[in-house]
Design a protein around this ligand. Structure first.
Ligand code: RVP
Length: 485
């Protein structure tokens, strides 16, 4: 019958990248990409908007490493705003909460105060006007402690202060500090009033993260999930400084969802990524306004959508169908869910994605919410679907909820689970991205766009799949990037 003439859809394990001639060494492969029209990343990886994966700690760690964390929405809009602001303020170049000394204090008092606050220097500020009168450091104080500890701090301070204005760049600040052999530069307004402080330590600390995802003002980037009908939350998150809003819906190819997403897009300054979708028609329906699209109908490790509803789309086919349409409109594509190994992540990019989103891969790291649990001498962390009973009853589940559901009437589309404890996000991400770069090496591509162009798949049989994994041996030592299913 016509009904049974069905197209085939493929997923990660059905395909492999065909090796090609190459001159590319893996560590030369450049992973820079775009997640949405105006947000570029050096690392093409996002953490899932799930309450066991991404809160501000994860978002900070991800942005520092060059990726992007997407805050979950199982919290009210004000809490979300506070989380966004925490990420935005985190690696700030200019310290706003400055420890200051005051002219009427003695050298001894200032020394004690600096000791207590754990700083090695402080601007001396006029209480009335807020003007910077001088700057005092441990080195200035030391000689006075012997002979004049009750002298006024104004005796000991340096009064020719090198200051800068708020628009100073990290580089300029560092040059000022080197040129004048100083360790801190007060930031002042037009009337020489203190507004902040830049320290040598602060500038050098930021340098450790030279791949970090930062906005034009130098603040870490952060994404936030908003329900398709949560216009208020979208406005609040936007106001708080979120760089990208992710319309968080299990099936975004829905006329009401799309109308509302369009309205949100018109209201906010942030980029708006619409998802999830899994077909070319769904992509057609949103590419005229979306700043990015997110793909994944049922591939997630904790997701039961396909078994509960009978609907879904194997992820490699879903990504390539969406990407065929999105790429024609210059709309970036994010492949969300189902990625177990670094090889899956780079296959998603070969299928047409610009970046990948992962949940289970990172849920076991220190930066994910929740504590470490011990079972039978092994360490785990909790990981649950946002459509699981546990997550829905705590509020986040509108994504999977029918309007008049009561607690006990939930028809969940996710499960609650535990995942092995994995240590730091940085080392997990290093393995993931390293494996992806090696994949680029096998295909001979130096950049993500080139890789998307050049990569080809071969189809794998179940015998081929078995051959791919370690076989006919007993693994004796755990590899940092492989554990048997
Ligand atoms: P994974 O990386 O395979 O663990 O998948 C994570 C993705 O699964 C999320 O980004 C989200 O799209 C999806 N998800 C989250 N909750 C549920 C559910 O309860 N069904 N699915």
């Amino acid at each position: 019958s016509e009904k049974l003439r069905v197209p085939e859809a493929l997923t990660f394990d059905d395909v492999l990248l065909r090796p090609k001639e190459s001159r590319v060494e893996p560590d030369e492969a450049d992973t820079a990409t775009r997640v949405s029209k105006s947000v570029e990343l050096n690392v093409p990886v996002l953490t899932a908007a799930m309450d066991t994966v991404t809160e501000s700690d994860m978002a900070i760690a991800m942005a520092r490493q060059g990726g992007l964390g997407v805050l979950h929405r199982n919290m009210d809009a004000d809490e979300m705003a506070a989380e966004i602001e925490r990420v935005k303020r985190y690696d700030e170049l200019i310290i706003r909460d400055v420890v200051t000394a005051h002219p009427e204090q003695t050298v001894r008092e200032v020394d004690t105060m600096m000791d207590r606050k754990g700083v090695s220097g402080a601007p001396v500020v006029d209480d009335e006007t807020g003007e910077v009168l001088g700057i005092i450091s441990g080195t200035d104080i030391r000689p006075y402690l012997e002979v004049g500890e009750s002298d006024a701090v104004t005796e000991a301070m340096t009064d020719e202060v090198i200051t800068a204005s708020e628009d100073v760049t990290p580089r300029e600040a560092l040059e000022l500090m080197y040129d004048h052999k100083i360790e801190r530069v007060p930031i002042v307004d037009d009337e020489n009033r203190l507004v902040g402080l830049i320290t040598m330590r602060g500038v050098l600390k930021r340098r450790e993260y030279d791949d970090a995802a930062r906005d034009d003002g130098g603040h870490l980037r952060v994404g936030a999930a908003v329900g398709p009908f949560e216009v208020d939350r979208a406005e609040i998150a936007d106001e708080a400084g979120a760089d990208v809003l992710f319309i968080d819906c299990a099936h975004a190819h829905n006329a009401n969802v799309i109308d509302s997403a369009r309205e949100i897009k018109q209201t906010v300054e942030a980029d708006v990524v619409v998802g999830n979708i899994g077909t070319s028609e769904a992509a057609e329906a949103v590419v005229d306004f979306a700043d990015g699209v997110k793909v994944g109908i049922g591939p997630g490790s904790i997701c039961t959508t396909r078994v509960v509803t009978g609907a879904g789309m194997p992820q490699i086919t879903a990504v390539s169908q969406v990407a065929d349409v999105a790429s024609q409109h210059d709309v970036p594509v994010i492949a969300d869910g189902g990625i177990t190994y670094s090889g899956d992540a780079i296959k998603a990019i070969a299928a047409g994605a610009d970046a990948v989103m992962l949940g289970s891969y990172f849920a076991g790291t220190d930066e994910a919410p929740g504590r470490v649990i011990q079972m039978n001498g092994k360490k785990y962390k909790q990981y649950r679907g946002m459509g699981s009973v546990g997550a829905m009853s705590e509020g986040g589940g509108e994504r999977y909820l029918k309007e008049d559901d009561e607690d006990e009437d939930y028809v969940p589309e996710g499960v609650e689970a535990a995942t092995p404890y994995k240590g730091s996000l940085a080392s997990e991400l290093h393995q993931l991205v390293g494996g992806m770069q090696s994949g680029m090496g096998y295909v001979g591509a130096e950049t993500i766009p080139e890789f998307k162009e050049r990569s080809e798949f071969v189809r794998v049989s179940s015998a081929g799949h078995q051959e791919s994994h370690p076989h006919d041996v007993m693994i004796t030592d755990e590899a940092p990037n492989y554990s048997p299913d």
